[in-house]
Ligand binder design. Sequence first.
Ligand SMILES: C[S@@+](CC[C@H](N)C(=O)[O-])C[C@H]1O[C@@H](n2cnc3c(N)ncnc32)[C@H](O)[C@@H]1O
Length: 280
Amino acid sequence: MSQTSDRRTGPSTARRSAYDHARKVGNRADVWKHCCLLRVVEHLLAGHPPGATFRYGETHSGAGELVLGETGEWRQGVGALDSVPDALAPHPYFRLVDVPVAPGTRYLGSWRLVERHLADQGIEHQIRLCDTSTAVSNLVWEYTVHQPSPTIVFRQLDGFADIKKHPGQHLLFIDPPFKPARHDWRRAGEATELLRERGESYLAWYPIYWPTEPTRLTNAARAPAFELHWAPMGKRPDRALKGCGMLAGGDAAPGLEAAQGELEALAELLGGRLEIRQPG
Ligand SMILES: C[S@@+](CC[C@H](N)C(=O)[O-])C[C@H]1O[C@@H](n2cnc3c(N)ncnc32)[C@H](O)[C@@H]1O
């Protein structure tokens, strides 16, 4: 498998991207997003023509692999899982992620999990990745440079802009840092409207501080979102993260709708509860 990696730096976008996922790797939100993502990939593969190439894209890819440190939010996420309940044992995430984990474990990010899952199923695939970070670009380049065939393309670019130029993924994952938050909420909304018009399947992750933005996003996208809530909303907005959601557009939605029991078990395992936000 080879992959091409474009190391050109887009100076304006690179400067804007000061987000570092290292502190958050493997946290509850990561486990939720990666479980939802793999469940949807598996669902889409069930209807995928045999032998056809599966095209997968990520607008905000991250490095694809980070090492769990001594401390970090992973201790409340993947680090809190001692074993996998029977209801979740067949889940593709738990076929790829061994628990319990310890400091020093390499935790695979979204696209590496998808890549592994597709490879394990023997599915031909093409993966298109964007990220504005130079550090991410270097890490992806290190991973892809040793691979023999062109299945992964990485571009150090604004992932939202890339959606307009590269239609036609079987699944697109949008995972912005929400820093600055207002900017990413607005662009996520525009992206999901475009994807809906094009009739494409996508997942978009978002943080939950207060229901206003998730409600606006699901309504604009006319698609349901599958949320993990781990803290009460409280009486007024504040800066504490209460949970996260995965908006599921196109054929991604039935994949998560069918997995409701599994998502409930996962939410409980992560110390929260499932809430499905339907578009109004
Ligand atoms: C939440 S992390 C991605 C995590 C990854 N999807 C995973 O689950 O393993 C968000 C990433 O977006 C990148 N980023 C920030 N602004 C961006 C933009 N406009 N376009 C593409 N990537 C961006 C950051 O450098 C960071 O690596």
